[in-house]
Design a protein around this ligand. Structure first.
Ligand SMILES: C[S@@+](CC[C@H](N)C(=O)[O-])C[C@H]1O[C@@H](n2cnc3c(N)ncnc32)[C@H](O)[C@@H]1O
Length: 358
């Protein structure tokens, strides 16, 4: 079921382990513990203290509390966070005369509170570190995509593993790594630990069984993946990441400009995340780049489906091609689009004047 900021589902622990282990697009899986209405901080404290936290985790585990609010009448989220932390710790102290320590950077247990108007929900985080942290990213390039967003973009392109895939602005290689992992049936959570391992309900035998399912899903596709970038530092980062992810043998990387490079196959899927003026590339640079990109696609990529993920909503106008699809997506708080251009011979050029010289 779709809910604000996510989807809700119910299931047993096996389901929870599987979703954490296999979801390529989720950021975290939260376990709903309590829901209540409140008027002030004291109400929140009382409801949070009424939860039997000792049932959920041991006092030896370190703790962190996060609060997110929308239209809450309360003034200070920091104060609410402190009150919830106090409530959890006081509950332990009353029963055990001990309380869990707080660890903001690497907590064993995370409690999330979501306040919407006068309603509150408390969750325990079964993921721990957000799920886009997969454990393969060692090479650092500018403005990398989050892994779960990159996986979602690949899914939206409809790419099939028997098609060539090219990212001609590959940066640290996120889209290529995620595409290869998907095609090979590799679990995104295979190289990391999870928050649920620190909860009392943790059942290591069920967890081992879920991890064992990866072997059965493994595939050996004959992948044809291509990446290029103008920046040698980005290519080094990509090389490192592809090697960490164990997929370097399927990916041909080269240093080239998207405006000059040729298509590596007669047809396939191109997917790229051009700089969009927020973190790299100025708006003026991009305004003169996009028309050239449109020309390069028409000249060299007939037979390709091309996808561009960007927050620069001028792209379709400036590239002078008619997108065959435009999917709204969010990159954090930034509204973006995934534009699809089907490049066929004698392509869908827009009958409108050149916006740069107009
Ligand atoms: C937003 S980053 C891509 C990040 C990448 N998707 C990742 O997750 O790491 C944009 C990349 O485009 C590259 N770039 C910019 N202009 C280019 C051009 N004309 N040809 C090829 N690459 C280019 C930059 O060097 C940068 O690595």
């Amino acid at each position: 079921m779709a809910v604000a900021g996510g989807v809700a589902f119910s299931g047993d622990w096996t389901t929870c382990y599987r979703v954490n282990f296999w979801s390529r697009v989720a950021s975290r899986v939260l376990w709903r513990i309590a829901a209540f209405d409140y008027k002030n901080e004291q109400d929140i404290y009382a409801h949070a203290k009424a939860v039997d936290w000792l049932k959920y985790f041991k006092v030896e585990r370190t703790l962190r509390v996060n609060v997110t609010a929308q239209k809450s009448p309360l003034k200070s989220l920091e104060f609410v966070t402190l009150r919830i932390k106090d409530a959890v710790c006081d509950r332990f102290r009353d029963k055990l005369a001990r309380r869990p320590d707080i660890d903001r950077t690497n907590p064993a247990v995370r409690v999330h509170a979501f306040l919407e108007g006068n309603s509150a929900i408390l969750y325990l985080d079964t993921s721990g570190e957000p799920l886009f942290k997969r454990g393969w990213r060692h090479g650092v390039a500018d403005a990398p995509l989050r892994e779960n967003l990159a996986a979602g973009i690949i899914m939206l392109t409809g790419w099939k593993p028997d098609e060539p895939l090219l990212d001609p602005m590959c940066g640290g290689g996120t889209l290529l790594v995620e595409a290869a992992a998907m095609a090979r049936g590799r679990a995104p959570g295979a190289r990391r630990s999870f928050g649920f391992e620190n909860l009392c309900a943790f059942d290591s035998r069920t967890w081992e069984a879920v991890k064992g399912e990866e072997k059965k899903k493994e595939k050996q596709p004959d992948l044809r993946l291509f990446g290029s970038d103008t920046d040698p530092k980005a290519l080094n980062a990509a090389r490192r990441n592809l090697a960490e992810a164990g997929i370097e043998r399927w990916v041909q990387l080269e240093r080239s400009n998207i405006l000059e490079r040729s298509a590596p196959a007669p047809g396939g899927v191109m997917v790229a995340n051009p700089p969009y003026g927020e973190r790299i590339g100025t708006a003026e640079e991009l305004a003169s780049f996009y028309p050239k990109l449109g020309d390069a696609l028409k000249k060299k990529f007939a037979g390709w489906r091309c996808y561009f993920f960007t927050a620069d909503l001028r792209l379709p106008k400036l590239i002078r091609l008619e997108p065959s699809a435009r999917t709204p997506l969010w990159n954090g708080a930034l509204e973006c689009r995934l534009y699809e251009f089907e490049m066929v011979a004698g392509s869908r050029r827009k009958a409108r004047p050149d916006p740069v010289s107009a």
